[in-house]
Design a protein around this ligand. Structure first.
Ligand code: FES
Ligand code: FES
Length: 133
């Protein structure tokens, strides 16, 4: 959507200087961790979100052991989830990330990794919170 594109318009930065590289303590009760792999190439992405009591994502980070497109996709994904609720975050589609980065079809699975990682991170925080109840 348009609003998600307002963060910054320089797609090249996602390759040359990816945002939000790092990690949070996965045992923090407010952190959701998604760890996913791409069957097509074996690349792995870890994406983490910090979630407040209202279910809003206040921060996000990633570590990606993979190709440049996967790293750029992680960078976009972590930028886009910040400020969203966890329910909004899971509606982010790999196609939108791929389009944003102008990925060629052969690199579509790299952006899929980001979509899957967001979903896995949200699933993790939901599970943590339901166990804590
Ligand atoms: Fe960074 Fe759009 S160029 S999210
Ligand atoms: Fe597999 Fe990019 S080549 S994640």
């Amino acid at each position: 959507t348009r609003s998600t594109r307002q963060y910054h318009e320089n797609v090249v930065q996602h390759y040359e200087k990816p945002s939000n590289v790092g990690s949070f303590d996965k045992n923090d009760p407010n952190v959701g961790t998604g760890l996913v792999g791409a069957p097509a190439c074996g690349d792995v992405m870890k994406l983490q979100i910090k979630v407040d009591d209202d279910g809003n994502i206040t921060d996000a980070c990633f570590k990606t052991f993979g190709c440049g497109s996967a790293i750029a996709s992680s960078s976009v994904a972590t930028d886009w989830v910040k400020g969203k609720s966890i329910d909004e975050a899971v509606t982010i589609k790999n196609k939108d990330i791929a389009k944003h980065l102008s990925l060629p079809p052969v690199k579509l699975h790299c952006s899929m990794l980001a979509e899957d990682a967001i979903k896995a991170a949200v699933k993790d925080i939901k599970l943590k919170r339901s166990n804590a109840e």
